[in-house]
Design a protein around this ligand. Structure first.
Ligand code: NAD
Ligand code: IPM
Ligand code: MN
Length: 352
């Protein structure tokens, strides 16, 4: 029997609802497929921080980095009681940085035509994968504040772009396109305004693209990318961009595919532990009310199963999600009437 050990961090808000939902689905599949999935639950998040000041213990990070776990599954981190968001930075960004998970893989795939807000666009049009750089950019915290809380205050947030970092994410995007038969890669930056860092993206993109002559290399400034994603999403197969732009573009992408409750992601570095999480946050406005859509977490768990070597199980999850979307057995924000638990039951039922 194949065995995998998975670290679970439900985290804050609806993370506490959607991670258990995803676990129920993969346990159901594992029982059928003869997989032995075992879990260790990590009590990390706002409650823990407010209780004892702990954000991300160094020994936990070391264990995640040690190969003990095949994957980490996270819910969401963020809580209005912690306005500084320090725990989310230490846990979520901390894991991305310290585990060096440089690929934030965010598929944008419409599974059922009725859920996209775009007129006359269907599943064939909205089917792309975003490669978001995940270890540098504007997220490193490099910078500082000077003369804080005075009229002369200065705040600097520096954007870090390293040749190594830019090259490995661009290369990962081309490799993916090559392996999955995707005809084009679109790199998006703001090199018309950002002369240093994004010039590096331009030069590296051209150099890496030259190694993949069969794949079309497109470039769009990120403002135009946002426009084109809405106007003509069928133009896009693989998109590669920096950390901040990738964050923003994938919330836009989430809506194209039916809403933030359907957007899945994986934080990856081939050969290392993978961290899987829905794109959405902790949604404090609906937390604890059985309103959260569990499908993003369930699809993220599907991505995790592929990463663990079981792509056929991810396909079954995608098909099951497609079936519940088609039948309307979904949560309220998608026009259904089900709560989180019942929407999860519906997925398990169609899995058979
Ligand atoms: P959010 O994604 O939590 O919520 C945005 C809107 O989408 C809300 O109206 C919410 O109700 C809705 N929504 C989100 N997920 C949903 C789901 N599964 N089903 C139905 N509706 C859903 O974004 P926000 O409100 O900007 O952030 C809330 C907190 O979460 C903040 O602290 C933020 O920093 C954090 N956050 C964390 C992550 C993460 O851990 N990966 C991601 C995004 C935001
Ligand atoms: C995401 C989130 C995070 C990010 C926040 C919570 C720091 O929005 O995973 O998309 O910006 O990466
Ligand atoms: Mn985001």
């Amino acid at each position: 029997m194949t065995a995998h050990r998975i670290a679970l961090v439900p985290g804050d808000g609806i993370g506490q609802e959607v991670v258990p939902a995803a676990v129920r689905v993969i346990d159901h599949l594992a029982a059928q497929a003869g997989l032995d999935l075992t879990y260790e639950h990590f009590d990390l998040g706002a409650d823990r921080y407010l209780r004892d000041g702990t954000t991300m213990p160094a020994d936990v990070m070391a264990r995640w980095n040690s190969g003990e776990f095949g994957a980490v599954m996270m819910g969401a981190l963020g809580d209005p009681r912690v306005p500084s968001n320090i725990h989310a930075r230490d846990i979520l960004l901390g894991a991305r940085f310290e585990l060096d998970l440089f690929i934030n893989l965010r598929p944008v795939r419409l599974l059922d035509p009725r859920y996209t807000p775009l007129k006359d666009k269907g599943p064939d049009d909205i089917d792309m994968v975003v490669f978001r750089e995940n270890t540098e950019g504007l997220y490193t915290g490099i910078g500082g504040q000077f003369k804080k809380d005075t009229p002369d205050e200065v705040a600097i947030e520096a954007e870090l772009n390293t040749r190594k970092g830019v090259e490995r994410i661009i290369r990962a995007a081309f490799e993916y396109a090559d392996r999955h038969g995707r005809p084009s890669v679109c790199m998006s930056d703001k090199s018309n305004a950002m002369r240093h860092g994004h010039d590096l993206w331009q030069r590296v993109f051209k150099a890496v693209a030259a190694e993949y002559p069969a794949i079309e290399a497109l470039h769009l400034y990120v403002d135009v990318l946002c426009m084109e994603l809405v106007r003509k999403p069928e133009r896009f197969d693989v998109i590669v961009t920096n950390n901040l732009f990738g964050d923003i573009v994938t919330d836009l992408g989430a809506q194209l595919q039916g809403g933030i409750g359907l957007a899945a992601s994986g934080n990856l570095h081939p050969g290392k532990v993978g961290l899987f999480e829905p794109v959405h946050g902790s949604a404090p406005d609906i937390a604890g009310k059985d309103l959260a859509n569990p499908l993003a977490a369930i699809l993220s768990a599907g991505m995790m199963l592929t990463y663990l070597g079981h792509p056929e199980l991810e396909q079954r999850i995608q098909k099951a999600v497609q079936d519940v979307l088609a039948s309307g057995a979904v949560t309220r924000e998608l026009g259904g009437s089900l709560g989180t638990a019942a929407a999860t039951d519906a997925v398990i039922e169609v899995l058979g």
